[in-house]
Write a new protein. Structure first.
Length: 306
């Protein structure tokens, strides 16, 4: 393999790192599982999977999120040199000019796909793209508002599905509330984890303005609040065997709080961040526990083909 080929591969790997390509498949899976098991349970799963408009929404969402990671990396390049030196070194193999070119290309592709869906979809994704840029350029440096908007950006992909299916049942609100709280807690843990880089780049975060103790108190309160949607989901709604996931979450979050109050280093906060990431990702796969018979049905169909 010659030098040019190696450089090209490294740049592709770098771009993959910038757009966090490892996260996007999880988001795609989350959208499809949410559509099948939560948002449109009355429809046949195969009908949902083969829905061309749903496919376009999922692709447009994935491209929007990828472009969002790019613009976020563009504005955070100096901060990441301090907070994530290894990742930043890899990401910088792709020039800022190339990042912007890919960013605009992805956004034009999203607009093109959205037009095929509907004018409402075009408006939705246009607003979504603008909000991501506005957050990355301005809002993320402000205390509280930055955390709340980052959390909103993370759950907006599921609003596209809500608008498509026109489904606003109470059970969906409870699922969304639980997810919102988990992501908001994760955002606040990231602030504790990234204090050095945030301070050097004049980011106004709760740990910087009010101290780590105040930040831990707020995180504790938010963690306790997760009990409310969990209780409602388990006691009031039919969620099948997914109640096992929520019981496990409560136990892990209790251990999370015990560790939080003993944490005082970047490594400790990184561990807590990864615990929350595990809960969010595992929650995606545990959606199938709502009705495992659907998975069994598809498995038998696949096996019968061979």
């Amino acid at each position: 393999m010659n030098r040019k080929s190696k450089l090209l591969i490294m740049k592709i790997v770098s771009l993959f790192s910038v757009i966090r390509g490892y996260n996007i498949p999880i988001i795609i899976l989350a959208q499809y599982l949410s559509a099948i098991f939560i948002l449109a349970p009355e429809k046949k799963p195969l009908y949902v999977i083969l829905d061309i408009y749903l496919l376009l929404i999922v692709i447009a969402t994935a491209l929007t999120i990828a472009s969002g990671y790019i613009i976020n990396s563009f504005y955070d390049s100096k901060k990441d040199l301090i907070n994530r030196p290894n990742k930043s070194t890899l990401d910088r193999l792709v020039s800022q000019k190339t990042k912007l070119s890919v960013y605009f290309t992805l956004n034009f592709a999203v607009a093109f796909l959205a037009i095929f869906i509907s004018w409402r979809a075009f408006l939705y994704f246009s607003v979504y793209i603008f909000l991501i840029w506005f957050y990355s350029h301005k809002v993320k440096k402000f205390v509280v508002i930055g955390n709340l908007m980052a959390t909103l950006m993370a759950i907006l992909p599921f609003f596209a599905l809500l608008l498509y299916y026109k489904n606003f049942y109470e059970v969906i609100i409870c699922h969304a509330t639980f997810l919102f709280l988990l992501i908001l807690i994760r955002e606040m843990i990231k602030d504790l984890e990234n204090i050095k880089g945030d301070l050097a780049n004049d980011y106004k975060t709760i740990p910087i303005l009010y101290g780590e103790l105040t930040s831990k108190k707020i995180i504790t309160l938010l963690t306790i609040l997760t009990i409310i949607p969990v209780f409602l989901l388990i006691e009031k709604f039919e969620i099948g065997n997914m109640d096992l996931y929520f019981y496990s979450c409560l136990l892990i979050l209790l251990l999370f709080l015990l560790k939080l109050w003993k944490s005082d280093t970047k490594e400790h906060y990184l561990l807590l961040h990864n615990v929350l990431k595990f809960l969010i990702v595992s929650g995606v796969f545990c959606i199938i526990l709502i009705n495992p018979s659907i998975v069994v049905y598809f498995w038998h169909k696949i096996v019968s083909l061979f």
